[in-house]
Design a protein around this ligand. Sequence first.
Ligand SMILES: O=P(O)(O)OC[C@H]1O[C@H](OP(=O)(O)OP(=O)(O)O)[C@H](O)[C@@H]1O
Ligand SMILES: Oc1ncnc2cn[nH]c12
Ligand SMILES: [Mg+2]
Length: 185
Amino acid sequence: MHEDMERVLITEEEIARRVRELGAEISQDYAGKELLVVGILKGAVIFMADLVRCLNIPVRLDFMAVSSYGASSESSGVVRILKDLEQNIEGLDVLIVEDIVDTGLTLNYLRENLLTRGPASLKICTLLDKPSRRKVNVQVDYNGFVIPDEFVVGYGLDYDGRYRHLRDILILKREVYSGKEQREN
Ligand SMILES: O=P(O)(O)OC[C@H]1O[C@H](OP(=O)(O)OP(=O)(O)O)[C@H](O)[C@@H]1O
Ligand SMILES: Oc1ncnc2cn[nH]c12
Ligand SMILES: [Mg+2]
């Protein structure tokens, strides 16, 4: 195992099995429709690539990048759009795909923002959910795994931009992030 890692939390095999399950569930819910899948850069890219290949419905892809919210106040969570969608989503069925919901600030902002653009429907899929860290409530429609309050990396998730390429989801050794706040917020 990678020397910076405490332990494996979810193996690549467990991830693959769960992604197939989510794909089947989403395909069933959107049978007969076309889905615009919106991936939130960068962390969601790897999950999204696997998930969409488990869908047996027509799919289009688009991406957004948002700022991490820095020193914003606890509740509101100022989130800036760094890269917006290319696609006009009015009247479309849209599924936001995320790697993790932690405080919920990112998704809460994104959901509000995209709803103002008039999609026919808007749902949220996340691979990981850390309910213990929630600061704002956000409804998740498709949830891969509920995990404890540990800082995880791999399968798209990073620390300081590293470890996204690792095939499992692993818990990072505390000394690697030297006790710094998990999220500067
Ligand atoms: O629920 P929240 O507390 O808002 O945290 C979740 C968000 O934080 C991470 O993204 P990050 O801002 O680290 O960017 P990245 O996806 O490029 O790693 C993660 O990918 C989610 O988008
Ligand atoms: O555990 C985690 N690992 C990587 N990025 C994030 C964001 N929120 N929580 C995280
Ligand atoms: Mg990240």
